[in-house]
Design a protein around this ligand. Structure first.
Ligand code: NAP
Length: 252
């Protein structure tokens, strides 16, 4: 825990779980956030402990203010916060725009955008030198969909991730003089449960052959980029969002 505490939202599965384990390996105490699957979060913490690290599972819905407050209070109890990985994110089932209803849109933006912004605000209050903190790093996990638009499947998700990309730039500039770097990663098609939660469990495997690098990415490949952005090696990098897509979506 010599590097302080990092909160990984949605740290119980997929990219978040890989990030939590890697962060613990690198010396962070890790808050492994989840909403429903406590067994998965506890399994990540057990994995961290088995490797000599410190991880604590904390249930919190990032789109609920009181939950976010409690999540950060749990981090405070562990030690000084030095990092936040805004990874929690959801898709919905494939649909065209004319079939979206308000409830779907509210959930999409509440978790992917409002949750990210709420958590970042709490992190700034703890890490900013303007509040007596010693600085830190925020990494927002967005998506290649922000550039590609995801037509016919989830344009709402793509628009939400586009909002997060803009937020990364704005917050990075807002706190650049306060010791906080804010960056993003934009994953492509990564092998996780998210495709099943969008009603299409075979999506990643089906798309793999048509990708520039003809395979899906792994959660650890995304986690490696996140941990680099958090590290001192990225000390002059802020406001950047890195494509981790095997080439998908990089051409304008
Ligand atoms: P995943 O396997 O579906 O895992 C999602 C994680 O987020 C779980 O830990 C889940 O916890 C948590 N979560 C969901 N809603 C939450 C909420 N309201 N508050 C807090 N935690 C919540 O997802 P993933 O594929 O690893 O995706 C991680 C991030 O990468 C997301 O932001 C996603 O949009 C982005 N991304 C993924 C891909 C991909 O191909 N996989 C591509 C581009 C971008 P519970 O299990 O407890 O619900």
């Amino acid at each position: 825990m010599d590097k302080g505490v990092v909160i990984v939202t949605g740290g119980s599965r997929g990219i978040g779980a890989a990030t939590a384990v890697l962060a613990a390996d690198r010396g962070y105490g890790v808050i492994v956030n989840y909403t429903s699957n406590s067994a998965a979060a506890e399994a990540v913490c057990a994995d961290i402990a088995a490797k000599g690290g410190v991880g604590r599972a904390v249930r919190a819905d990032v789109s609920v203010q009181a939950d976010v407050d409690a999540l950060f209070a749990a981090a405070d109890a562990m030690g000084p916060l030095t990092g936040l990985v805004n990874n929690a994110g959801v898709v919905d089932v494939a649909a065209r725009v004319e079939d979206f209803d308000l409830a779907r849109l509210q959930r999409m933006f509440a978790i992917n955008v409002f949750g990210t912004i709420l958590c970042a605000g709490q992190a700034v209050k703890r890490m900013s030198t303007a509040y007596g903190g010693t600085g830190g790093s925020i990494v927002n996990v967005t998506s290649a969909a922000a550039k590609l638009g995801a037509p016919g499947t989830y344009v709402d998700y793509a628009a939400a991730k586009g909002a997060v990309d803009s937020f990364t730039v704005g917050l990075a500039l807002e706190v650049a003089g306060e010791g906080i770097r804010v960056n993003g990663v934009r994953p492509g098609i990564i092998e996780t449960d998210i495709h099943a939660s969008g009603g299409d469990p075979d999506r990643a495997a089906r798309m793999a052959v048509d990708l520039p690098m003809p395979r899906v990415g792994t959660a650890t490949e995304v986690a490696n980029a996140i941990l680099w952005l958090m590290s001192p090696e990225a000390s002059y990098t802020t406001g950047s969002t890195i494509d981790v897509t095997g080439g998908r979506g990089i051409a304008p």
